[in-house]
Write a protein that binds this ligand. Structure first.
Ligand code: PEP
Ligand code: MN
Length: 347
């Protein structure tokens, strides 16, 4: 384990203008950060969002380096980004989650980097596929890159849950098992999607023995042009970093730690599912209201419970226990539907 943990890379989601970049860099330098990140070419989910300032930002980053001594790091997604970054003297580059999922793009970048040993950070692909993540890392190893970091930034899901991208910690753990020499960083900003969860996720990653963190920091998060909700000021970042406890867990068996993490993750997913279940119940309430259908349909409910209880047995679950849970969920669903029926809401 690296005694200097955590190694921290911080900076805005996007470089927006020279003043924002310089002011953020100075703030981060003051709190002891050594590597400054900023996105210049932004992969946005929908067209029409801010897509980054592009090449124009490279000179702002050169200024950061000149005036603060911070190392600079940008995201590259194709060969022209790589060439422009190398020419501008960028110190490190990262591969974003959407690019890691695309072997053609990764190979193009790896080919462009041949003969140029710049440190590179490979974020996990958006989908939870450890082979794809590992494949991206191998493409850079095959191009002769000797300093490669993996960055865990969570995985996208259809359901909207507590996190913007669910952690699925067992994926980075598996990557670490397969590639023990590749240092692992965590990007709690993109996992959380909201700043109040950053500390908790960063702490979890440190408890798992991760080597470092990539955290988004903006001099004025409220005015950020991308990822506004998840950015923190340099001074908030200082508070987060000083709250992290680097624990010595030697007394607790590794297996127990892993099982507890799994339980936490399952509980998060259960909460998300129950929340979705109640949302659907309210939709059903609206449908029944507009069609003048009574809320309680006892035969359907009886059939449903009997069927689920018989499934429970084959899943090694106690039928009485499952019956109690189903009844509690059903009771709450009925209550939610009644609220809809009794409300003045138009359906
Ligand atoms: C980012 O770091 O700003 C970014 C776009 O990250 P990701 O590729 O993890 O979504
Ligand atoms: Mn971002």
């Amino acid at each position: 384990m690296n005694p200097d943990r955590p190694f921290v890379i911080a900076g805005p989601c996007s470089a927006e203008n020279e003043e924002q970049v310089i002011a953020t860099a100075i703030g981060l330098k003051e709190i002891g950060i050594q590597v400054f990140r900023a996105g210049l070419w932004k992969p946005r989910t929908k067209p029409g969002s801010f897509e980054g300032v592009g090449n124009a930002g490279l000179q702002w980053l050169s200024r950061v380096k000149r005036e603060t001594g911070l190392l600079t790091c940008v995201e590259v997604a194709n060969s022209s980004h790589v060439k422009a970054s190398l020419k501008a003297g960028i110190d490190m580059i990262w591969i974003g989650a959407r690019t890691s999922a695309n072997p053609f793009a990764v190979q193009e970048i790896a080919d462009t980097l041949k003969g140029c040993d710049i440190p590179i950070l490979v974020k996990n692909p958006v989908n939870p596929d450890v082979d794809l993540w590992m494949g991206a890392i191998e493409r850079f190893q095959n191009s002769g890159i000797s300093c490669i970091y993996a960055v865990h930034r969570g995985f996208s899901t259809y359901e909207r849950g507590l996190y913007r991208n669910i952690p699925q910690w067992y994926i980075p753990i598996e990557l670490k098992r397969r590639l023990p020499d590749v240092p692992m960083l965590c990007d709690p900003s993109h996992i959380a999607g909201r700043r109040d969860l950053i500390l908790q996720i960063a702490q979890q990653s440190m408890d798992l023995g991760f080597d470092g963190l990539m955290i988004e920091s903006h001099i004025d998060p409220g005015s950020a042009l991308s990822d506004k909700e998840q950015q923190v000021t340099p001074s908030e970042l200082k508070t987060i970093l000083s709250s992290i406890i680097i624990r010595d867990y030697e007394g607790i068996p590794e297996l127990l730690k892993e099982l507890r993490r799994e339980i936490d993750e399952i509980d998060d997913r259960l909460l998300t599912l129950i929340s979705r279940r109640m949302q659907v119940a309210r939709e059903i309430g609206r449908c029944k209201k507009s069609n003048k259908i009574p809320i309680l349909q006892p035969t359907r409910y009886e059939r449903l419970v009997t069927h689920k209880v018989s499934c429970a047995e084959s899943l090694q679950l106690d039928p009485d226990f499952i019956k109690r849970i189903l009844e509690a969920i059903h009771e709450e669903s009925v209550r939610q539907q009644l609220t809809i029926i009794n409300s003045n809401e138009e359906v």
